[in-house]
Design a protein around this ligand. Sequence first.
Ligand SMILES: Nc1ncnc2c1ncn2[C@@H]1O[C@H](COP(=O)(O)OP(=O)(O)OP(=O)(O)O)[C@@H](O)[C@H]1O
Ligand SMILES: [Mg+2]
Length: 352
Amino acid sequence: MKLPFLSTEKLALGLDIGSHSIKVCELKLTDKTYSIVNLGSIILPEGAVEDGSLHNPEAVGSAITELLKNLKIKHKKIAISISGYSVIVKKIHLAVMEEKQLEEYITAEAEQYIPFDIDDVYLDFQDLKTNSENSNSTDIILVAAKKEIVDEYLSMLRDLGLQPVVVDVDAFALENIYESNYPLNENVAIVDIGATKMHINIISNGTSVIAKDIVMGSRQLTEQIAEAFDISTEEAEALKIGQTPAEDKQEQIGKIFTSICTQWVLEIKKAIDLYHSNKANQQLDKLVLSGGGSKVAGLIEFLQKETNVPVEIFNPFMKMLKNPKQIDTEYLNNIGPEMAIAAGLAIRTSAI
Ligand SMILES: Nc1ncnc2c1ncn2[C@@H]1O[C@H](COP(=O)(O)OP(=O)(O)OP(=O)(O)O)[C@@H](O)[C@H]1O
Ligand SMILES: [Mg+2]
């Protein structure tokens, strides 16, 4: 989303502020090809970001400063994204209008489409221009973001001496980076599983047909492991990601994985069923997983078995140039799924 008072002239830094970690991605565009300049992440203290809002702006600010310092990033122009209850994305169907007329109509009528007071939100829209010779109406994507939440992010970044130039929505950033790497003529479900939220976006021939945010994520596993063995969150996290050998805890951890992954898979299946009820004869070609939760051992096989759809891990850098001397290939492959939104922010900015 472009806010009215923000502008950008060149590529900005993609900054994805998640509830578990902050990811940064710097890209360069040369002759229509992106190359990776710099990227990295830093873990946030627990509770610093919850439900898409900044509970502890100071801690988030310090983490950003540390991350940029560690990576020696001097860039000040930042693209961020928001998600969660503070942002509403809605597809509406309207008669075709000129841009100016459409803007006036949306400003006057937006309240009937969104559950917030119009004075409390930033509004943006995009005409998908789906009208045809036989139809004089078109689909419009309407985005409303709570000013209070967006302003919190903007003032936190400005206090750090940074210049926010773009505020996007997680879902759009994910869709954009997918479309810049993968073919558009497929029906695909992109599923981002973070620490606290899961985003499902089903795209059919380049258009999003189902988009859902669900309050589930990999932190559920950490919490259950901590509770089962009466250990700290840090110890549970290390066990979960395999940093600490599970040994005699293996069986119980396996059971926790199965029970939580079953919940995730159920939500994904519900979205697929909804897709099929709208597009009955168009089969889903694949499921693409991003976010740290996509790395849960055994998830790919489980999901594939339960849905009968091929599952793969999202590689947001697939078509980009990389220099292994600058960025270690193993590190890049490992962090790729978590970097999808940050990379999507970095390319979105370049298009403006
Ligand atoms: N190998 C692994 N197995 C299981 N979980 C993992 C693994 N690696 C990372 N994770 C989990 O992924 C989560 C972090 O993923 P990500 O960076 O996508 O989340 P986030 O963007 O910070 O969170 P959110 O988007 O939900 O606010 C953490 O909960 C982390 O423990
Ligand atoms: Mg995330």
